[in-house]
Write a protein that binds this ligand. Structure first.
Ligand code: PLP
Length: 389
């Protein structure tokens, strides 16, 4: 007898997986021996800082670092976070009440929704966006996604004009932005905070790319706006800044009540990242004490910047219009009608990119390239594109 257990209604409400077919083609190409160049995922190819690797080696062999941490994280880590915040954004944080330790920011983005949403609560979400806001956060918490468009003519900034925002309890905003590479100014950030305060909406600000910025651009923190402490929680990650995606460590900072709710949920779900990971992340954050930004971060940004300049120049010359972003490692290029068809076409020559529609309906007609592989590979990918476009 076969038992067909039904998925929960929340799981059934998750959208169908769009990319099964693309992944099948990727596997097929690999079997055929095509050398694939992957420009599709947001996972840095660069190594973590040496200080982090050294700390990991040292800490992982200590037996006392193998017990439970706690869902709020080690004091040492939260203190390093508040020191980093002060140095980086000139914002004071109470490490005991305004900082939460996360198993990567993705976890925090989902659990903040669990902590504050009731069935049917509406959640304002950017389109296109990191899919976690709609799926892992909103839908799995019983919330209802309400999308606001990020359009090129608005510099990919939120625009709520003509939208019914009644009953909205929470919103997600992400700058520097994945997938568009857009950034915002403090002035724009203030408008968003005012909007959230006026409408009593919890503002979840995803700042995962705050350190991946070029030239004179410095990404702000939402907490640099005084009023933000009433409504906002900001999410940070060691993943992109320190190339530690696999270590699963990040943090949330901001409004005390929001942090308390997040911690309450977490106390029933996890017991914090491994102590040795937290201690290694302390070393990463403390690099900012010696130098701000540290050489490690500056060099990573220079590397991404060089790669992206190659991509942007070549894509534009092939008629795929795109701009050089001020931050992130993503190039968001116009590719014509169907982004999935376009991705299939370039897969024929072994170049893998992410179709814009995977980030929301407003992403249709765009394609996202990640500058997370070596310059020679990017040049080779451009050459292959030139042959077929
Ligand atoms: C990569 C990324 C994160 C970070 O995820 P972690 O769980 O910290 O690894 C968060 N938000 C966005 C938009 C991202 O692209």
């Amino acid at each position: 007898m076969r038992l067909d257990f039904d998925f929960s209604n929340k799981v059934k409400a998750l959208p169908p997986y769009l990319f099964a077919e693309l992944e099948r083609i990727v596997r097929q190409k690999r079997l055929e021996g095509v050398e694939l160049i992957s420009l599709s995922i947001g996972d840095p190819d660069l190594p973590p800082p040496k200080a982090v690797m050294d700390a990991l080696k040292e800490e992982v062999v200590k037996p006392e670092n193998h017990g439970y941490s706690s869902s709020e994280g080690e004091c040492e880590f939260r203190l390093a976070v508040s020191d980093w915040y002060k140095r980086r954004f000139n914002v004071d944080l109470d490490p005991n009440r305004e900082v939460a330790t996360l198993l990567g920011s993705k976890e925090g983005l989902c659990n903040i929704a669990k902590a504050f949403l009731n069935e049917g609560d509406r959640v304002l979400l950017p389109d296109p966006a990191y899919p976690v806001y709609a799926n892992g956060a909103t839908i799995l918490s019983g919330g209802v996604p309400v999308h606001f468009p990020l359009r090129e003519e608005n510099d990919f900034l939120p625009n709520f004009e003509g939208m019914n925002i009644e009953g909205a309890k929470m919103m997600f905003v992400n700058y520097p932005n994945n997938p568009t590479g857009a950034v915002l100014t403090l002035k724009k950030l203030k408008e968003l905070v005012d909007f959230a305060v006026e409408n009593k909406i919890i503002l979840c600000y995803d700042n995962a790319y705050s350190e991946i910025a070029f030239g004179n651009y410095k990404a702000p923190s939402v907490l640099q706006i005084d009023e933000a402490r009433k409504v906002a929680i900001e999410f940070h990650s060691c993943s992109k800044t320190f190339n530690m995606t696999g270590s699963r460590i990040g943090f949330a900072v901001g409004n005390e009540r929001l942090i308390a709710g997040l911690r309450k949920v977490k106390s029933q779900l996890d017991s914090g990242p491994p102590k040795y990971i937290q201690l290694a992340a302390v070393k990463a954050l403390r690099m900012y004490t010696e130098e701000n930004p540290p050489r490690f971060v500056r060099e990573a940004c220079q590397t991404y910047h060089r790669r992206m300049k190659i991509l942007v120049e070549e894509l534009n010359s092939l008629g795929l219009k795109c701009q050089m972003p001020k931050a992130t490692f993503y190039v968001w290029a116009k590719c014509g009608a169907s982004s999935v068809d376009f991705v299939k076409k370039i897969l024929e020559v072994g170049v893998v990119a992410a179709p814009g529609v995977g980030f929301g309906s407003q992403g249709e007609g765009y394609i996202r390239f990640s500058a997370t592989c070596k310059e020679e590979k990017i040049k080779e990918a451009c050459k292959r594109l030139r042959n077929i476009l």
